[in-house]
Design a protein around this ligand. Structure first.
Ligand code: FES
Length: 301
């Protein structure tokens, strides 16, 4: 065995957690792991609930349920639950149809991979700290080779940015009757049950919309802006707009500007990733609690 291929013993010894570090190296992985786990548990529960994701009398729609392809809210594009849905096996929830896109995008993101490899898989949990496994698997076999699909999830994620931006703008327009009172004549209640008061004499559509602002509408607008900061700072996008180029000044200046912008966002990709994760979770919680009558929407005007 020559010198280069000789195994080098780590000074801290082997075994999970073995280290000579005396700083609080575990704080970062603990905080990151707790946040990721909390989001994972909450978002899974929220996706399966299937109700209270929109608020009657407003245009608020939870980002977990947007775009709503089928569902009981007035935002549903194709109507109520599709006939092919196996309701007997799994109760219908509009979120289950679309959440794979953003979930896949975050799961395969280069930053999140580092975050959960460290904080949830402990592989490695931190620099110069012993790992639970001795072998190195890499990402060149199943299932981790699928993480190379990240670029394709990016295409989907860009569509989601514009859909959520549209929702955020729409949330500032409130449906009202001719006399200015809030429109309430919906087929279904926010919880997904049929509205017993539906069509009790009132108009079937809002007469018009009035511009307004609330804490919820602002939340639904800030949310896609943070998601845009995260999405447009993606490493794959940076490669897409600026990769395989040795000389920017020799080529298209627009491309150089695009690459500079993506690089600018990319510098703080981790911050955008976590801020947008917290905000999208908060946006769903806020819409949900307002729909359930637990929190006020705090309407400014
Ligand atoms: Fe993080 Fe693409 S690398 S979103």
């Amino acid at each position: 065995m020559n010198q280069l291929s000789s195994p080098v013993a780590a000074p801290q010894g082997s075994g999970f957690g073995a280290t000579l570090r005396t700083d609080q190296w575990w704080l970062g992985p603990l905080a990151t792991g707790s946040l990721l786990l909390a989001f994972l548990i909450y978002s899974t529960i929220a996706a399966f609930i299937g109700g209270n994701y929109w608020v009657p009398g407003t245009n608020y729609l939870s980002p977990f349920y947007s775009p709503e392809l089928w569902g009981t809210s007035p935002h549903a594009i194709f109507g109520i639950a599709p006939s092919w849905w196996p309701t007997g096996i799994l109760p219908f929830s509009a979120a289950l149809l679309i959440l794979g896109g953003p979930a896949g995008f975050r799961l395969t993101c280069y930053y999140y991979r580092k975050a959960y490899y460290r904080s949830l898989w402990f592989d490695p949990v931190a620099c110069a700290v012993g790992e639970p496994r001795k072998s190195y698997w890499g990402e060149n076999s199943l299932p981790l080779i699928l993480w190379n699909l990240h670029r394709y999830f990016l295409y989907l994620a860009i569509i989601f940015v514009f859909v959520l931006l549209y929702d955020g703008i729409l949330a500032h327009f409130f449906p009202v009757n001719a006399d200015g009172s809030a429109f309430a004549n919906y087929h279904f209640l926010a919880n997904g049950q049929p509205n017993p008061a539906f069509n009790a004499g009132g108009p079937l559509e809002p007469h018009h919309h009035v511009f307004g602002m609330s804490l919820v509408s602002l939340t639904l607008l800030i949310n896609p802006l943070l998601i845009a900061g995260y999405t447009f700072g993606c490493h794959s996008l940076r490669h897409l707009v600026g990769g395989k180029k040795d000389c920017f000044s020799c080529g298209n200046p627009v491309r150089f500007k695009a690459w500079s912008f993506v690089s600018f966002l990319n510098r703080n990709h981790a911050v955008w990733a976590m801020a947008s994760l917290v905000m999208v979770g908060f946006a769903d919680i806020y819409v949900r609690l307002v729909a359930m009558g637990i929190w006020p929407q705090v309407r400014f005007f």
